[in-house]
Structures are given as structure tokens and as C-alpha cells.
Design a protein around this ligand. Structure first.
Ligand SMILES: Nc1ncnc2c1ncn2[C@@H]1O[C@H](COP(=O)(O)OP(=O)(O)O)[C@@H](O)[C@H]1O
Ligand SMILES: [Mg+2]
Length: 426
């Protein structure tokens, strides 16, 4: 029974616009953006871009009327940080419109033009006039997000890491265990520098699971926001293996761990600047900062056990995160601790129906294996590299890092499906 449930199935489809696993669009700062459109399609795309999490801090206003309306508007009003102009007409008209606008434009305002003409001469003329970007209509919301955010991210801040947030639909469902095993596989099997950030400050088990007892970790960072820079965060990491580091939780109770929603932003940014893979072990809590950690992650894995409360919570998490992240890949979810003897369980198919998405993995309840691993401070693959659960963690690590070299693994049924999924995601 369990064996047949142990297959990993590809979710239906990713939103066509979702960012590819290799791309990270850094969120825009608190800038003002005003758009002057000529078509409702472009206006709708820009409006939708404004709903994207990466433009959450920006102030966006969309109106119609193109270059003419913009020129009119800024005759008396100061210009914003960014003006987006849709210019439907011919190249000469676009350029002369821009020249008129330039007379009223404050220095420092950046201009993005959306046009229909795919013409290199026009493009050169626009660049010569200081236009920051030229997009060819029709544009999607994500094109606009990419373009606006691109204005504010330094070109050399390129090799940023991806954040994968792992959270349980209930406490005790194995979210931390899975997060630690996946990060270990990223480091060991994919040779990617990875860091596990244990966000369960009071009770986190990452230190125990990796058999580490570092003197410092995440608490030093979150309680000294002024000191955070790449070098400081680097010093707080403890090395678990060649490619794996840990930002450990103190797991002590002297302090209370109440944080503002933005408390971890600086740490995550610093990690992103230096680490290719960041796995967040997010505790099963719902407050400003856990919500924010999930919403702003590049990918999310929800772990659920097969019972009704997990089903309800997973669905709520799934729906919340999907609507907060319309231009991102949907969260993945996996079922864990499946097949506890004599326990009535909700089937993967019922989860799939309720969530309108297949589970990415179904992991069996194996108390002997997981219990030994937890008590020894070892990973599943260290106890039994060929165990099917170790293989599942390897495949999940590939999926969550967008690696497509799944061929090398001997995943049987899992392999082709995951390969397909990864391809589709690109
Ligand atoms: N598939 C599994 N089979 C048996 N035990 C498991 C399995 N997954 C996790 N566990 C055990 O469940 C307990 C809770 O896991 P943990 O990762 O701390 O959960 P969470 O982070 O969701 O609270 C741990 O003792 C862990 O070893
Ligand atoms: Mg946990």
C-alpha cells in the first residue's frame, strides 16, 4: 500500500510566467512609479505588476494618456522615481514626445518605455536619451516587475542565492527533518554551498540533527541588526560539511523571541549575497515574520501529515501563498509520516483534490530509520544512502535548486516525472 503511495508526481502546471529557478528578481525599494499607458492591456499588466510581492514597497500609479498625459502631468508636479510610458506610435513621434517630457523631468527620474516597434535604431536613440529600458508590447506583469526591480539592483550583485522555505502544516510533521535532509543533499550530492537557517529560535533542532553545538547563530544576527553585513553573517555560520553550513537556533529559553515582520530581512539579504542555497526551517507559527519569510522565499515546501487538520492547514497555507505570490511558482507540498500502522489516513489523492495540486513527494512513516537518525545526529542518507527516502530527499534537493541532472540518480518511477517537472519549471 505504502509503496504505491510512494511515488512522486508532477504538479499540473506552473503559471506560464513564473520566474525560472535560476532567476532571482531582487525586490524594489520604496520608490514611486507612475505609468502612462495607451492600451488597457499594458495598463492591466502594470497594475498586476504592482500586486507582485517584489513591488510591495513601491508606490505605483497607473493612468492612461501616454506621453502626452505624462508631459501634461509633470508640467506642474515633480516627477517620480520611475516613469513608465507606453508609446504606440511611430519612432519619430515617440522620440519627440520624450524630448518634450525631458524638459519637465527631474534629474534622477528613470524612464521605461513600452512600445510596439522592434527596431534597433529606435532602441539606440532611446538609450542615447537616457531611457533605462525599452520593452516591446505585449508585456506581462512579470516583465514589468523585472524591468522596474532591475533599475535598483546593482549589476554586480548578480550571483544571489535562492531561498527555499520549508514549513509544516502542523507541528511535529517532520518539516525540520525534511529541511535538514534536503539541505544536506544539496550540499553533498549537488555540491552546492548551502546553509540551513533554523528559525525556530526556542526549540530548533538543526544543531541536534547535524550533531553541532555552535556558540553562535541566528540569534546573534537578529538581535544585532546594526552589525549585519556579509562578513558578520559569515562568521555566525557553523560548518557542518564541505558545502553545508548552519545558522543555528540558540534553543535556550532565557529570552522571548518576539520579532517584527522585517526582523530577518537583513539576514536573508546577507545570506543571499553569499550563499547559493538557503534553506529556511520555518517553525509552525503564523505571525508577521514567518508569513514574510514564506511569501518572500523563492520556493516553498509545505510538509503535511495525512490527517484532516493537516489537510485544512495545508490548503489554507497553499491558498494564502498562491494569492500572495501570483507570479511565482506555486508552493510544493509533500506528505510525510504516511502509513502509520492502524492509523486511518487521508489519501494523497484527496490532498491532491483539495489543493488542486499533486504532492511533490510522499514519504513513508519509518520510525526506526528517522528515530535513529534523530538520536544520532545523522541524516537519513548517512544511515542508508540507498534507502528510498534518501533518494526522495536527493530528488527534492534537485527540484528545489532547479537542477536537471536527475538522470544520474536511480529514482525509478520518480526520476522521469521529476525531470519533466524541472523542465517545465524552466
Ligand atoms: N517519515 C518519518 N517517519 C518517522 N518519523 C519521522 C518522519 N519524519 C519525521 N519524523 C520524526 O518526527 C519528529 C518531528 O519531526 P520534526 O522535523 O521536528 O517536525 P517539525 O519540524 O514539523 O515540528 C522527529 O522525531 C522526526 O524524527
Ligand atoms: Mg521544526
Amino acid at each position: 500500500m505504502i509503496r504505491s503511495a510512494l511515488q512522486t508526481i508532477a504538479p499540473d502546471s506552473a503559471p506560464s510566467e513564473a520566474v525560472s529557478p535560476d532567476e532571482h528578481i531582487a525586490p524594489a525599494p520604496r520608490v514611486s512609479v507612475q505609468a502612462f499607458c495607451e492600451t488597457v492591456e499594458t495598463a492591466a499588466a502594470i497594475q498586476a505588476a504592482g500586486e507582485d510581492r517584489r513591488l510591495g514597497k513601491a508606490h505605483l500609479k497607473v493612468q492612461m494618456g501616454g506621453v502626452t498625459a505624462a508631459t501634461e502631468a509633470y508640467r506642474s508636479a515633480p516627477t517620480p522615481n520611475v516613469i513608465v510610458l507606453e508609446a504606440e506610435g511611430r519612432a519619430e513621434n515617440i522620440l519627440s514626445g520624450l524630448d518634450t517630457l525631458a524638459e519637465t523631468c527631474d534629474a534622477g527620474t528613470r524612464v521605461i518605455v513600452v512600445g510596439r516597434t522592434n527596431d534597433v535604431i529606435l532602441y539606440r536613440e532611446l538609450i542615447r536619451r537616457g531611457v533605462s529600458d525599452y520593452l516591446i508590447a505585449p508585456v506581462g506583469a512579470l516583465d514589468m516587475v523585472r524591468s522596474i526591480c532591475g533599475l535598483f539592483s546593482a549589476p554586480d550583485a548578480k550571483p544571489v542565492g535562492r531561498i527555499v522555505a520549508v514549513v509544516g502544516a502542523k507541528g511535529g510533521v517532520g518539516a525540520s527533518t525534511i529541511a535538514h535532509n534536503i539541505a544536506w543533499a544539496m550540499a553533498r550530492d549537488l555540491a552546492l554551498d548551502s546553509v540551513v537557517t533554523d528559525l525556530d529560535l526556542a526549540f530548533g533542532t538543526a544543531g541536534l540533527d547535524y550533531n553541532q553545538d555552535p556558540p553562535q547563530g541566528i540569534a546573534d544576527a537578529v538581535f544585532s541588526p546594526d552589525r549585519i553585513d556579509n562578513a558578520f553573517v559569515d562568521r555566525l555560520l557553523s560548518k557542518c560539511s564541505d558545502h553545508l553550513s548552519l545558522l543555528a537556533a540558540p534553543a535556550t529559553l532565557e529570552r522571548a523571541y518576539d520579532f517584527s515582520a522585517e526582523a530577518f530581512d537583513g539576514i536573508f539579504d546577507a545570506l543571499r549575497a553569499t550563499m547559493p542555497c538557503i534553506v529556511l526551517d520555518v517553525p509552525h507559527q503564523w505571525n508577521g515574520w514567518t508569513q514574510r519569510a514564506l511569501v518572500n522565499a523563492d520556493d516553498i515546501l509545505i510538509v503535511a501529515a495525512p490527517d484532516l487538520a493537516n489537510l485544512r492547514n495545508a490548503k489554507n497555507l497553499f491558498d494564502f501563498l498562491r494569492s500572495a505570490r501570483v507570479n511565482d511558482h506555486r508552493p510544493y507540498y509533500c506528505l510525510n509520516q504516511v502509513g502509520v500502522p492502524k492509523r486511518p489516513e487521508i489519501k494523497p489523492a484527496d490532498f491532491a483534490k483539495a489543493l488542486d495540486e499533486q504532492p511533490t513527494a510522499v514519504i513513508a512513516f519509518e520510525p526506526q530509520l528517522f528515530g535513529t537518525a534523530a538520536n544520532n545526529g545523522q541524516m537519513i542518507a548517512e544511515l542508508s544512502a540507498s534507502h528510498r527516502t534518501a533518494e526522495t530527499f536527493r530528488l527534492l534537493s534537485q527540484l528545489l535548486t532547479g537542477r536537471s541532472d536527475v538522470k544520474k540518480s536511480k529514482g525509478g518511477l520518480l526520476t522521469p516525472l521529476l525531470a519533466k517537472l524541472i523542465k517545465r519549471q524552466k
